[in-house]
Design a protein around this ligand. Structure first.
Ligand SMILES: Nc1ncnc2c1ncn2[C@@H]1O[C@H](COP(=O)(O)OP(=O)(O)OP(=O)(O)O)[C@@H](O)[C@H]1O
Ligand SMILES: [Zn+2]
Length: 618
């Protein structure tokens, strides 16, 4: 676009120059002007050798006097007058008028064209070079230069990228041995895992310019704009090489070109093509590294991954417990922690948190502390911040009726007891009947470590635990409430995956009936096509599994009726119990039960019971 405007401007200058030359020429050819009457006199006295008529202008060459010119009112009548004379006549068409009219037309066209280009240029962001330059971060100019030390907990990705830094810093080292470094790298992983951070760290470490884009920057209303932006971007990048071009959300331009439907005519397709062409085009010696980030690698066009393009892929997953400790440490540097805060412990209860979530956990806790006017952040604030991130803000204004609260207490106690009694499940971290976010109550478990493979036993126990709430309601109140809705969704999802994806069914054999979608975003899998018969068999299996788990939960609660009663009583009074308190109540109820029904126990733990001796049994 910019090129076109420049060319048109040059054309305009040339035309004006020509016009100027023409005008001077015209002026220089002027002869002394005389009146029409003196011409008529000369004609009648036969003193004229020749005349040339151009429109209304007549140039006269007299026989003896100087040449002169005359503007005549009517050239035709003059012609008739001199036609039977000996005067030589030349009539030439009046070009000057044509020149003039033509000139006006050209000028008008040119100006309207310039106007159109100017307006449409403004609409599409104006100068595309500016578009690229605006997204340029020069080394050392941004006050918060990111270094590798700011990126914690993802050592593998870091190692791989450190090599790239060496390349950007000392390109000759690689060139001298003829090594080629990948031109493009794809950082793929769920949102908030630090992809942008890593890309910036590479630029920070290497001390090279960094262009930052989002895929959506290239997708504009006007077809062709994206493609031209890509071209200009690479032109600009080459000028600043070595440098890094980072394209976040590359899926916005790089989605699979659906077969048949699109032949590259749409804006996205054109932009993608331009990107591919540019990446093929620059030499490996150009020292431009293109980094793309996406959390939907499954929908990326395979053409992007061909050699010479994004041929290296680095997957970044949410950190494991050690990674979480490291990330928490980097973010905790900026705040003041109280003595009772143990980052290891916080890392343990934040399984599945991404780097971004951990960063916001620390910040959220700091805000809570500041709101209370505390000089440091305590453990309590971290707990609150975690609940806030996981469950939403505490709904203080919500008042439950006594009956609702009672049902809720039994429901949560049901979850907790089933989990406690099943040997292979995660320990209880917290039980609460304070409504938060969309949930009324919560029973949180704490996985002891990150696990990537789960056995059938563990999964069944998990389902039993999820159904424990409903089983308790049914047992005590003989009816179910809506509180179990979310539990049912989760339980059904696990059971369905067990049967359809993980081959854990009884009768269907080791076969996959569903596949997981490739994305990192939530969404589970989708079922593969099967016969109607198999489909109903699958449904049958899922149902059987859920029923078996439900029965297991019910059996446990039936056996632990006493514990259930004690626990829900205490929950009603104190509303929230942590892991330690829960354990004390468990042992307390054991000893009470033993006192009541069996041989006497040594000592009751009622003295430390959170109900402070107020519950029915202490
Ligand atoms: N490994 C990490 N170490 C330290 N901080 C991290 C890490 N990962 C993420 N963060 C924090 O989370 C913030 C957001 O991370 P970033 O923008 O890099 O995520 P992303 O993967 O690019 O996410 P998205 O896919 O949403 O663009 C960072 O600014 C940083 O504060
Ligand atoms: Zn529940």
């Amino acid at each position: 676009m910019a090129q076109l405007v420049r060319n048109l401007f040059i054309l305009f200058l040339v035309l004006s120059g020509l016009g100027l030359v023409g005008m001077t020429y015209h002026l220089e050819n002027r002869l002394p002007e005389k009146s029409y009457n003196s011409l008529l006199q000369d004609i009648s006295s036969n003193k004229i050798a020749s005349i040339s008529i151009t429109g209304n202008l007549v140039k006269i060459v007299p026989t003896e006097k100087e040449r002169y010119q005359v503007y005549v009112p009517d050239a035709q009548s003059l012609l008739e007058r001199v036609s039977n004379n000996t005067i030589k006549i030349t009539v030439s068409p009046d070009y000057s008028l044509y020149y003039f009219q033509g000139g006006v037309v050209v000028l008008v066209l040119l100006f309207s064209l310039l106007l159109v280009i100017y307006i449409s240029g403004r609409k599409t962001g104006g100068d595309d070079m500016k578009f690229a330059r605006e997204r340029l971060i020069l080394p050392g100019t941004s006050s918060d230069t990111i270094r590798f030390d700011d990126v914690a907990g993802i050592p593998e990705a870091r190692e791989e990228l450190e090599e790239v830094v060496t390349f950007l810093k000392y390109p000759e080292r690689f060139r001298s041995v003829g090594a080629t470094i990948p031109r493009g790298m794809l950082l793929q992983g769920p949102p908030g895992t630090g992809k942008t951070l890593l890309a910036r760290a590479i630029a920070g470490e290497a001390g090279v310019p960094f262009y930052r884009f989002s895929g959506s920057d290239f997708v504009e209303m006007f077809v062709g704009v994206g493609a031209s932006r890509v071209r200009d971007l690479f032109q600009e990048a080459k000028r600043n090489a070595p440098c890094i071009v980072f394209i976040d959300e590359i899926d916005a331009v790089g989605t699979i070109r659906s077969a048949g439907a699109s032949d590259g005519n749409d804006e996205r397709g054109q932009t993608l093509n331009a990107l591919l062409v540019e990446m093929d085009g620059f030499a490996t010696t150009d020292s431009i590294l293109v980094l793309g980030a996406t959390n939907r690698p499954d929908i990326l066009d395979p053409a992007l991954r061909r050699p010479g393009r994004f041929d290296r892929q680095i997957t970044i997953l949410p950190p494991d417990v050690r990674g979480r400790i490291e990330i928490l440490k980097t973010h905790a540097k900026k705040v003041t922690l109280a003595e009772d805060v143990d980052l290891k412990n916080i890392a343990q209860i934040t399984s599945g948190f991404t780097g971004a979530e951990l960063a916001s956990l620390v910040n959220e806790a700091a805000l809570l502390a500041a709101r209370k006017g505390l000089p440091q952040i305590n453990r309590v604030q971290f707990d609150q911040a975690r609940d806030r991130i996981l469950l939403g803000v505490e709904r203080k204004g919500m008042v439950l009726t006594e009956q609702d609260k009672k049902i809720l207490a039994f429901h949560e106690a049901g979850h907790a007891i089933v989990a406690k009694m099943l040997p292979e499940s995660d320990p209880i971290h917290k039980i609460t009947i304070i409504p938060r976010g969309r949930a009324l109550g919560q029973t949180q478990q704490m996985p002891l470590g990150d696990r990537y493979a789960y056995g059938k036993r563990y999964l069944m126990n998990k389902i039993s635990m999820l159904l424990g709430g409903r089983a308790a309601e049914k047992m005590v109140f003989h009816e179910c409430t809506t509180q179990a809705a979310n539990d049912l969704v989760q339980a059904t999802e696990i059971a369905t995956n067990m049967i359809c994806q993980w081959g854990m069914g009884e009768s269907l054999g080791p076969q996959a009936y569903a596949v997981e979608d490739g994305g990192f975003l939530e969404g589970g899998g989708h079922r593969l096509a099967v016969s109607n018969e198999t489909a109903s068999q699958l449904d049958q299996e899922v149902k059987q599994l859920l029923t078996a788990c439900y029965n297991q939960a019910e059996a446990i609660l039936e056996r632990e009726k006493y514990f259930l009663k004690v626990l829900s009583q205490i929950l009603l009074q104190v509303e929230t119990l942590d892991a330690e308190e829960f354990d004390i109540i468990y042992r307390c109820s054991l000893s009470k039960k033993a006192q009541k029904y069996g041989p006497k126990q040594e000592e009751s733990e009622c003295a430390v019971c959170p109900a402070k001796g107020n519950c029915l049994h202490c």
